[in-house]
Design a protein around this ligand. Sequence first.
Ligand code: PCA
Length: 197
Amino acid sequence: MKLLITGFEPFGSENANPSWEVAKRIALVHPDGVEVYARRLPVVFNRVGDVLWEAVERFAPDVVLMLGVATKRSVISYERVAINIDESSKMDNEGKTYAGTPIRRDGPAAYFSTLPIKEMRDATLSAGLAAEISNSAGTYVCNHAMYECLYRIEQSGLATRAGFVHVPPVNGNGETGIDKLTEAIYIAIETLKKHEV
Ligand code: PCA
């Protein structure tokens, strides 16, 4: 299985983003039988789709697993859906805000994740970490990335599966430290292998 795993650059007042720290570590630990490529994505609405797609075209992955941090959540969240809206009063990394702009005028209202999110959530729980299914990836850059990825996969007629996982902010090496988050994502990837199409 070929996996493209993505994380984001820092944004807001943070100087690191745990999503990229986890993505980098997953590329290093190489789950058995999984070829991993990692890409860091910009927190910029109108650039994230192109950067992501450049990597999809270059590596031709079977699965795209996108990670982002959700600063207000305390558990790993497997996103079910991406909606066709950009809305944020919080600036992206190029200083832009959006007030309810569709991502794609010709696109559907939403896309469902094409990853086995329930099995992945259960795998995370079995690694001893709290996890949930989330029914909203928000309307900031993470939702945009997930929507763009699924839209472009559909437009290109690819069989690539894709989905998004929000991780909580890290606090030292405890329950939600980087090592624990990496372990949880690693185990979720093992689950992806079992659900190969
Ligand atoms: N989290 C943001 C964007 C980048 C990230 O890591 C989000 O939830 O939209």
